[in-house]
Structures are given as structure tokens and as C-alpha cells.
Design a protein around this ligand. Sequence first.
Ligand code: ZN
Length: 274
Amino acid sequence: MANLPVQFLVCSFFVVLALHSFSARSQEVEDESEFSYSANGPIGPARWGEIHAEWGACSNGTMQSPIDMSSERVNIVSHLGRLRRSYRPANAVLRNRGHDMMLRWEGEAGAIEINGTEYALHQCHWHSPSEHTINGRRYDLELHLVHESADGKAAVVGIMYKIGRPDSFLSSLTDHLHAVTDITDKETAVGVIDPRDIKIGSRKYYRYIGSLTVPPCTENVVWSIVRKVRTVTREQLRLLRVAVHDDSDTNARPLQAIHDRPIELFRPDDKEQN
Ligand SMILES: [Zn+2]
């Protein structure tokens, strides 16, 4: 009997350890200096899988992201349902990871629900030009909202932008982005940020199963890419690139093989549209 509490403690320890390692695996690396986006460079996208054993999926994976969403491959469906976001304002920090700016929520910023699973919102970051393409067309910018479930599975919502009117969420971050330009060694507190200020503006979205688009390229990521392409100004785009200052014009991973994965486009049926 005296052994019971000890067994319980040991058992809990392994459960916590298992959960922790799950979660560590599904997260993007925070120090991006070990890889680059230069097409033919020694640590460029074609070599990511050789840099660390844990990054093997970047070369050997069969469900990698990003991909092209061409009309011929996409099945239009109405069963997926609307993207159910229950976000709330929370304290956040900005971090220059080396190739992108990341806004990470420290407090509870709410969640998205997909197939009955809750995925908590952790961070967002930007890629330019866009990583995903629609019918071969690449847009100017792509925002990734990275979520994680209690058992360490990732769900990413992608929003694409082309040059046009300012994006109000980026406008609200302008001063903070100027303030962290070239600061790479620490996170900067930016106060309360409301993720509900990130506008989607459409109920249509693409859904497929892919991976993180940066090492460790972890697979089984549930992707939701908003169909509507929104706008940013050239200045907003420039500010995101200048703030990172990695001497590269791009932080978009090349397109990956689809390997017959289904791609769905959710479109509400007529009844729901009324
Ligand atoms: Zn990303």
C-alpha cells in the first residue's frame, strides 16, 4: 500500500513527460539560424531534412506543406462547417525568429474547434510571398495562425494577402514592428493583442492535411486556408521584411508534392448562406 503514491507519482511523471515531448515535436523551431531559404544554398529548403535527424520529415515526408490548390484537385464540400473560432484578447510578445516575425500569445488567447477537437491559439507569423498557391498563383503575403491541441497536434489557419488597402491588424502592430527591427535575441512585450482583430471576411476555406512549413516539418497538421485573398500595403509588406533583416527577399518554402492527398473547399450550402 505504501508503494501506491510513489507508483502514482512515477506514472504521472511519464504522462507529463510524454505530453511534453509531443508538444515539443509539433512546434516550429524558434531559432531559425540553422536553415535558410536560399534555393541552392547548403542549408536551403532542399537540404532541411539533412540538417538534423529530427528534421527528416522535411525531405522524407509524404504529407508536406505548402501545396498548390488547383481547381482540378479541389472537392467542394458543405459538411466541414464554418471555422469555429473563439478567440479572446491576451498578452503577447513579438519575436524576430531570424526569417520571420512571430507574435506569440502568453496568456490564453482562445481556440479553434475542428471535428470536436479544441486547438488553442499559440502564435502567428508571416511569410512573403505566400507559401500556398491557388491555381498556381502566388500572392504577396501569407499569415499563419498556429494552434495546438491538448495532445500536441497542430492546426494552422492561413490567410493570404495581395497588395492593396492596408490590413488593419498589421496597422495596429506598426509601432511595435518598428521598435523590434533588428532585435533578434529577445522577445518584446507588446501588451494585450486581440486575435479577433485578424479579419477573415469569408466562410469559404480549403482544408487538407499537411505539415509545418519550417523545420521540423512535422506532419498531420490540419490546414485551413481562407479562400478570400485580403490586402496589405506595399509599406506593410516592406516593414515585415525589414524588421527581420535576414538579407533574403523571401521566407516562403517551395511547393511540395501532393501525393494524392484530398483537398476540400468548404462552401456553405444555400440554406446556410441566407
Ligand atoms: Zn508559417
